[in-house]
Design a binder for this molecule. Structure first.
Ligand code: ADQ
Length: 819
């Protein structure tokens, strides 16, 4: 750290406006409870985006505790993590008394000296604690050993009677424990796993513990009497709940089924009350925290700090994660998550963004409903009950750790069996499902141990998605932050599609279980709906930050046409809105590895094998769909929901023209019955040229993307659009309406400079579509080199989530420091 004396400043009086930067300086028990939920020291902290302009370029040490910037000394209270800022005075600078006080130069120097001593003492104390922790750790390992030793070999029996402290105890430890090979073989027999066993930073040990799925889930909670979430059964011992009604084929939870199922849920033998905090729905719930819980958090926090200190030297030679000092705990919640549940782009994003954030070093969880009996995910044994419209509904939590991400699936009778129709049922059914989901999701960081440890609320940010989960930021605020809890937890709401808002009559407010004064968050008037209840509106107001999925759409949302009645709220909250273009999951959507191209004469291909590979896929697609197998005919594809948004009617209007061309057209989609019928009709009418596949088939979507030459996306509006991104990465040329994310991502072809990725048209009209498609077909037929150039440029783009994840991180950090 830069020495204080090397700076040309002396300490002056605290700046009057410093309070704007200060978190409340609590020192009572509650505040420690909260402060310690900051989980671990934040490391060095940059305020770039969150501090006012004059704080840019903050200088700081490596542990986030003391910073010097311009004329201010910024320090962080180690006990409660609050910040304080002290104005420094430049040497020789003359301040008036009224402004800066009258401290003498000597007194100020003395203060600096005193601060230095305090810091040195703190360091020394931390060092000592680290030493002791190491000692305790080695004692614990020695205690574990004898149990294993008895099981494994008589030879090592000696060691159990020979427990020594410090280095000598190491001799008693069989080699396998020291080298760490134990975890692969006998992990179930370890009575407890503690952070002290780890050799890396606390974030890392949490992740490592999570990988060992066979570890007893509660073993990391040190003292069962102090556990926050007491789990009384191991996952294996909890019977899976099987709903006969659903097995019998009753799929959609109707109003009566809703009641019926809850009656089942209430059966005493199935109910397993979990003693957890906070339980805001319990009648006796009080927003207070028992002493012992606070103690535990205090202990854990100190332990984390100590571990961090102790491991500093080891970390030095490790490559830090890209997120560096900005590493956070992130919980993304979404109504769908690919590959388990998907009706469109939201599922793709929920399945991929968390992984990209995890690659940057964040601890990331995705929470989604458990619609089916997913093979992935173990029952954590945690049971909770929530009130929804006067009914008491039980949920349980399943958990899996995949690709560095914790997947938590919320299981309840109201979600089960609707994986093919996740937004099915009437408005009230859907609303109740989302209320239940959001109430359960906001408590996940308290109840669901991932790798043995709950996320807690420190350094935590929720990412909610679309109206289905827009209640979460509201619950976070109403149930917690308004009561002084979860003060350091933030929420970000992502707009994937503003056209769906969760609208209902104003009376529906009574269903969401919020205090009366929250009605104004939901109340909205617009000429279409009149005065109504609007969930998206409430989420936009309550969230700390709002993201939408492209820059173009961020702009459109603020217009009367693009905001769908919410433009005024969005304009009012413009300061917290960012546009971030989606990425694609390059594991799933990659022509080189695509699993759906490995059979039925399809083939994987790359930039190097583009021509033969794509030609083979085209031939395979034509065969599979029963179209004439011809390599010279341009094959045009469309994939998407059959509704107004996707501009299917524009394609319909263009079909007669298209059929006059030598082309083939393949359309895959599901949605509005009249549009589905239209697809069937085209196929009947133009059997040798058109195939209309009505249904949802991920396999066909991949195969069309690979086998088609051209992808049509005449969307009337498109927040981002993923199909054009998939198409470009498969060497398929997009022809799109230049709107929202389509305009952002498809740079029009410039034949003079041989740049661009496809064709765009500027108005959602069939004539414009025909014009662009005509130029595209001409290039396909007459300018083979240009065509190949278009394909190659598209494939060479980095469309992965990594770039977008970095942008999300900036938003998360901005939210974190927003007070
Ligand atoms: N019948 C079918 N069979 C198989 N797969 C099908 C299918 N119909 C659609 N799909 C798949 O669903 C996804 C649709 O993604 P989009 O981005 O086009 O859609 P959507 O409008 O749902 O999402 C909203 O959210 C996303 C994510 O932010 C935004 O990109 C988008 O603009 C916004 O409207 C793609 O993976 C596509 O292949």
């Amino acid at each position: 750290m830069a020495s204080l004396s090397s700076f040309p400043f002396t300490i002056g009086k605290s700046s009057k406006n410093s309070s704007v930067f200060q978190r409340p300086n609590y020192h009572g028990p509650r505040s420690h409870f909260l402060a310690n939920r900051l989980s671990k020291p934040m490391g060095c902290v940059s305020f770039r985006d969150s501090m006012p302009g004059d704080f840019k370029g903050l200088m700081h040490d490596n542990h986030g505790r003391l910073f010097l910037y311009n004329e201010r000394l910024v320090s962080r209270c180690i006990r409660c993590s609050s910040w304080s800022i002290t104005r420094l005075r430049a040497k020789g600078e003359d301040y008036t008394e009224a402004e800066e006080g009258t401290e003498s130069e000597d007194a100020l120097e003395a203060t600096i000296e005193k601060s230095k001593k305090v810091l040195a003492k703190q360091r020394e104390l931390l060092r000592q604690i680290a030493e002791r922790k190491k000692l305790v750790s080695s004692i614990k390992s020695s205690i574990i050993n004898p149990m294993e030793v008895e099981l494994s070999s008589k030879e090592n029996k000696k060691s159990s009677s020979n427990l020594n402290l410090g280095s000598s105890s190491k001799e008693a430890i069989p080699e396998e424990y020291v080298s760490g090979t134990l975890s692969n073989r006998n992990v179930n027999s370890i009575p407890s796993v503690t952070p002290e066993n780890s050799t890396s930073d606390s974030g890392e040990w949490e992740r490592k513990a999570m990988r060992g799925s066979s570890l007893p889930k509660v073993s990391l909670l040190r003292d069962s009497s102090k556990q926050i979430g007491k789990i009384t059964k191991t996952p294996e011992s909890v019977p899976l709940y099987f709903d006969r009604n659903l097995a019998d084929g009753k799929k959609e939870p109707t109003e009566s089924l809703w009641h019926e199922k809850n009656a089942l849920d209430k059966s005493p033998e199935k109910t397993e009350e979990v003693n957890t905090l906070p339980a805001f729905l319990s009648k006796n719930a009080k927003f207070s925290v028992p002493e012992e819980v606070e103690d535990q958090y205090l202990e854990e926090s100190v332990s984390n700090e100590v571990n961090d200190e102790a491991h500093d030297s080891k970390q030095d030679d490790k490559k830090p994660p890209p997120a560096g000092i900005n590493v956070m705990n992130v919980i993304l919640i979404a109504a769908e998550c690919a590959p388990w549940s998907k009706t469109g782009g939201l599922g793709d994003v929920a399945g991929a963004l968390p992984k990209a954030l995890a690659r940057r070093g964040h601890r990331v969880m995705i929470v989604a409903p458990r619609y089916g009996n997913y093979a992935d995910g173990q029952d954590t044994g945690v049971r909770k009950r929530y009130q929804v419209n006067g009914q008491d509904i039980e949920v349980c939590y399943f958990q899996a750790y995949i690709d560095g991400v914790d997947f938590v699936f919320i299981d309840s009778c109201v979600f089960r069996g609707i994986e093919k129709n996740i937004y099915g049922g009437n408005w009230l059914d859907i609303l109740k499902r989302m209320v239940l989901f959001c109430k359960a999701a906001v408590e996940v960081p308290w109840h669901v141990p991932c790798g043995g440890v709950c996320y807690g609320d420190g350094n935590l940010v929720f990412i909610a998605n679309d109206w289905h989960t827009a209640l979460l930021p509201v619950y976070l605020k109403a149930y917690y932050r308004d009561h002084g809890l979860m003060q350091y937890t933030r929420s970000v709401l992502v707009i994937h599609n503003i056209a769906h808002q969760g609208r209902g009559p104003i009376d529906d407010f009574s269903l969401v279980g919020l205090p009366e004064h929250y009605l104004d968050f939901f109340r909205l008037y617009d000429p279409v709906g009149g005065e109504h209840f609007n969930i998206f509106a409430a989420g936009l107001k309550a969230a700390d930050r709002v993201v939408t999925v492209s820059h173009g759409y961020a702009w459109e949302l603020k217009t009367r046409e693009g905001g769908w009645g919410l433009h005024e709220i969005i304009n009012d909250n413009d300061w917290k809105l960012s546009g971030i273009v989606n990425g694609i999951d390059t594991k799933d959507w990659n022509p080189q590895h695509d699993v759906y191209l490995k059979s039925d004469t399809y083939t994987n291909y790359s930039l190097e094998t583009l021509q033969p590979g794509k030609a083979q896929c085209k031939e395979a697609l034509q065969k599979e769909l029963g179209l004439p197998v011809r390599s010279d005919v341009p094959l045009i594809g469309f994939i998407g929901r059959l509704d107004d948004q996707k501009g299917v009617d524009l394609i319909a209007e263009a079909v007669p023209w298209m059929m006059g061309q030598d082309v083939q057209l393949v359309m895959l989609g599901t949605g509005r019955p009249d549009l589905e019928q239209m697809l069937r009709q085209f196929q009947n009418q133009y059997g040798d040229k058109v195939r209309g596949w009505v249904g949802f088939s991920v396999k066909m979507a991949h195969r069309i993307t690979a086998g088609a030459d051209i992808l049509l996306m005449p969307s009337r509006f498109e927040p981002c659009g993923l199909n054009q991104l998939y198409a470009m990465s498969y060497g398929t040329i997009p022809v799109v309406h230049a709107v929202g994310g389509l305009r952002d991502t498809v740079k029009p072809f410039d034949p003079y400079n041989e740049t661009g990725f496809g064709w765009t048209f500027d108005r959602a009209e069939s004539g414009k579509l025909i014009h662009s498609l005509g130029n595209c077909l001409l290039t396909y037929r007459e300018y083979k080199k240009s065509w190949e150039g278009l394909q190659r440029r598209g494939m060479m783009q980095d469309l992965s989530w990594d770039h977008a994840a970095q942008k999300y991180e900036e938003v998360l950090v901005a939210a974190k420091y927003q007070w």
